[in-house]
Design a protein around this ligand. Structure first.
Ligand code: GDP
Ligand code: MG
Length: 372
């Protein structure tokens, strides 16, 4: 077949066209009996109506957040995973410049050409090892993620401009890292500037309880210029050393779960979400639940906009196929089949509606009490 319509595929599968139309609708696509199907859709429809589920059902508990917190992997199933690093610091101190420099020097030119879109997370090779960088638009996103229990970063790099000093958002970054209980590496930036004064940065950070190693503390300070690239390799080496001390591991051989880094509604593609895989391997075609939304991973791309079929722990991916836009910080979880995912999502939606209803009625009772 060069092209295949909904009606033709239904005939091949000995199914009602309406079943397929309904299925596509659940995936967020409007169709009719004459709609020409994309290869991806054909694959998914065949999976749904024709083939066996590709995995065993191993999940019994229904509450996803709880599951994510309670799953303990056996030591023998754990393998090393790349560190997840967040660059934080005061506005204009050089976060974006640093991330750009890291990506330019650690991604081949050809690949860099493909990096046009902001997906909120990137993976680069540092000395032959993968490192994932989160590029959250602001501290706010990070705060809301943490408030909702999402622990996504392993290391925080705090950028402080050597010609400016510790500022309010520098303090915030320190607080974030402390609250998350993750190690800090300080990058004293803009060392190429005439007014650069790294000693001042060290004493101001020491006042916040971030004591430099050379002063007997346990935080490494590296002097860099994000602009010229000077000192950046040393910063990355330090970061890998800190990561090694944490012995970061995950189980790649189970149904996947992780956290939403960013999400938006795309006019052409529908809900688009950047996910950080934290456990298991996410496969194209997997059924996932995110909050009360769900869907099948219709297409999965990496940070270079290349289509991929599998994503292992610490890998950031952009996916489409959800029926609604999730929130940053939402947990996602893969299920063994589509129906199960649908069922869980519906249960969660009902719970959410009920909760909102209760809140409304509680509120009106209060209002009533006030009036009396
Ligand atoms: P962000 O707000 O923390 O993301 O800061 P940016 O990366 O956007 O940098 C703010 C400004 O500082 C830009 O004009 C950069 O070119 C400049 N800048 C960043 N790093 C350096 C550096 O190492 N040296 C110098 N001279 N300028 C820098
Ligand atoms: Mg920036």
């Amino acid at each position: 077949h060069d092209t295949l319509t909904v009606g033709q595929l239904a005939e091949l599968l000995k199914r009602n066209s309406s079943d397929i139309i309904k299925f596509l609708f659940m995936m967020g696509n409007m169709s009719t009996i004459n709609t020409v199907l994309s290869d991806d859709d054909i694959e998914l429809i065949c999976m749904e109506f024709h083939c066996e589920p590709h995995k065993e059902i191993i999940i019994e508990e229904d509450d996803i957040e709880e599951q994510l917190g309670h799953i303990e992997d056996k030591e023998e199933n754990l393998v090393p995973r790349p560190p997840v690093v967040t660059i934080m610091g005061h506005v204009d101190h050089g976060k974006t410049t640093l991330l750009d420099t890291i990506r330019k020097t650690n991604v081949t030119g050809e690949e860099f050409g493909g990096i046009t879109q902001h997906i909120g997370a990137y993976q680069v090779n540092v000395n032959g090892r993968k490192v994932t960088f989160l590029d959250t638009p602001g501290h706010e996103a990070f705060t809301s993620m943490r408030a909702r229990g999402a622990q996504v970063t392993d290391i925080v790099i705090i950028v402080v401009a050597a010609d400016d000093g510790v500022m309010p958002q520098t303090k915030e970054a320190v607080d974030h890292a402390k609250a998350a209980g993750v190690p800090i590496v300080v990058a004293v930036n803009k060392m190429d500037k005439p007014g650069a004064n790294p000693d001042r940065i060290m004493s101001e950070m020491a006042e916040l309880g971030i004591m430099p190693e050379e002063w007997g503390g346990d935080t490494i300070f590296t002097k860099i210029s994000a602009k010229t690239g000077e000192g950046v390799p040393e910063l990355l080496e330090t970061m890998l050393l800190v990561a090694d001390m944490q012995e970061l591991k995950a189980n790649p051989n189970c149904l996947s779960s992780g956290t939403v880094i960013e999400a938006k509604l795309d006019k052409g593609r529908g809900p688009v979400a950047t996910l950080l895989v934290q456990r298991g391997t996410l496969h194209a075609g997997d059924s996932i639940v995110v909050g009360s939304s769900f869907g099948r991973v219709r297409k999965m791309t990496n940070d270079r906009m290349q289509e991929i079929k599998h994503a292992e722990p610490s890998c950031p991916v952009e996916i489409i196929g959800l029926n609604d836009v999730p929130r940053a910080g939402d947990v996602f979880m893969a299920y063994a089949n589509y129906k199960k995912a649908q069922e869980i999502a519906n249960q969660r939606l009902e719970k959410q509606i009920e909760k909102e209803r209760n809140q409304t009625s509680a509120m009106s009772l209060e209002d009533l009490a006030k009036k009396v």
